[in-house]
Design a protein around this ligand. Sequence first.
Ligand code: MG
Length: 187
Amino acid sequence: MDVAPIGEDGTLHRWAETRKGEGLPQSPLSFRVGFGYDIHRLVPGRPLLLAGIEIPFDRGLLGHSDGDAVSHAICDAALGAVGLGDIGAQFSDRDPKWKGVSGSELLERTRALIGERGARFHQIDVTVVAEAPRLAPHRDLMIERLRALTGTELVSVKARTNEGLGPVGEGQAIQVYAVVLLELAGG
Ligand code: MG
């Protein structure tokens, strides 16, 4: 089975060769992992957009774009996984072109960018930290939307509060953590 070497020294390739010698099951090693984080301030007079859907609330997330911290964290994780930097490097908030751009569009563009590197979304796991509103009733819709935008069925969205602690716990902001696993075409 072909093995995709990683890094200048081919560390994983050597590891796989060692495993082969031990008669252990082979893995194609065709995955890359990425981690993303985002935080946006909650302010009045903005719609609350998370994972490409609008959630009824009296405040929304402030940002040069639509403030969709879930989409942004996933983009950052995916871009990092293939060495394309981060969302700021690809879609700068200093560029008027991206003013008001939706998180959905950034996710679609990120999907295309990683696609040019031969990668596609395999699995996504997201944790949203918000004191309010309660996100559980919207979780299924968020997951469906993320599945459509990223092309993988393996999407998880978890929501929790910050136990009243710090600015997030006081409801001043929403924080998001995301881990993505990308699959490389051709192994
Ligand atoms: Mg952001």
